[in-house]
Design a protein around this ligand. Structure first.
Ligand code: ARG
Length: 261
């Protein structure tokens, strides 16, 4: 995770960002620190990357890479403003003993790449390119399922879907169907007939930008309906409010890069 020391909305690269709306930096820092503490309280180890001045979106660490089996597939950002983040994250990975495999096509890490049991679910349409899906499949040797995103408000896959864990053979997901093309919706139905289907309100409150450890789901408190559904399925919803980050189009998952060793 990366502390939001230099977080602000200085440019607009998604429909949530409005450079005229100021960010409350103290609130953002408090919310971020709470998330770190909640992860630690639930037994998760949190490492931090040093923030870099002039890189306001570096707080969204999920976009920096995809890490599976201790192997790191780096990012190549869509927006020029975010491109220097790659080098900053690469430094962290190298110091931690990881090699970073560079992405050739535009690829925004876990923003669009979600490991899901045997598969990697991969979003495209706004940021990560379909060519990158092929690179990811080749690099990890895991089947990549390409999904087309069609609603600009849900420009990254992790704003419209999250992996719940391996409750069944294929695992299960929660998602907002209207964020996907008709064909991709069908793919999701076939793969996950027992999926948790989220409402538009849940998706707009970044309820799908959640992190699940298979038992707890760290979720936006505003996603009431989703929280009810998760609870009915036996998950423990752990609400954490990252509302200040919505001004940049981000939430819990965006601020979290999972290191899968
Ligand atoms: N302002 C950032 C951008 O538009 C937000 C990134 C959110 N990250 C995510 N994993 N969805 O790139």
């Amino acid at each position: 995770m990366c502390e939001p020391r230099y977080f602000e909305v200085r440019y607009a690269i998604n429909p949530w960002m409005n450079t005229g709306v100021p960010v409350d930096l103290d609130l953002a820092r408090d919310q971020w620190r709470t998330l770190v503490q909640v992860y630690r309280d639930h037994g998760h180890a949190v490492e931090t990357v040093a923030p870099v001045e002039g890189l306001p979106d570096m707080v969204f660490s999920a976009n920096a890479a995809l890490v599976v089996d201790g192997r790191v597939f780096g990012s190549s950002f869509h927006a020029t403003e975010r491109r220097p983040e790659s080098a900053a994250y690469e430094t962290w990975f190298k110091e931690a003993g990881y090699d970073v495999h560079p992405a050739e096509s535009v690829c925004e890490g876990e923003g669009d790449l979600i490991p899901a049991g045997r598969f990697v679910l991969a979003g495209t349409g706004f940021r990560t390119r379909r060519d990158a899906h092929r690179e990811v499949q080749e690099f990890f040797g895991r089947p990549v399922i390409s999904l087309d995103l069609v609603d600009p408000r849900f420009y990254h896959l992790d704003t419209a879907l999250f992996f719940l864990g391996n409750e069944t053979g294929e695992g299960n997901v929660a998602y907002y169907p209207a964020a996907f093309s008709p064909g991709s919706r069908e793919v999701l139905q076939r793969l996950y007939p027992r999926a948790v289907i989220a409402t538009e309100e849940d998706a707009l409150s970044f309820g799908l930008n959640s992190v699940s450890d298979g038992r707890h789901v760290f979720v936006a408190p505003q996603a009431h309906d989703l929280i009810d559904k998760l609870t009915q399925r036996g998950y423990i919803a752990v609400p954490v409010d990252l509302s200040e980050f919505r001004k940049s189009g981000g939430g819990i998952k965006c601020c979290t890069l999972e290191i899968r060793s």
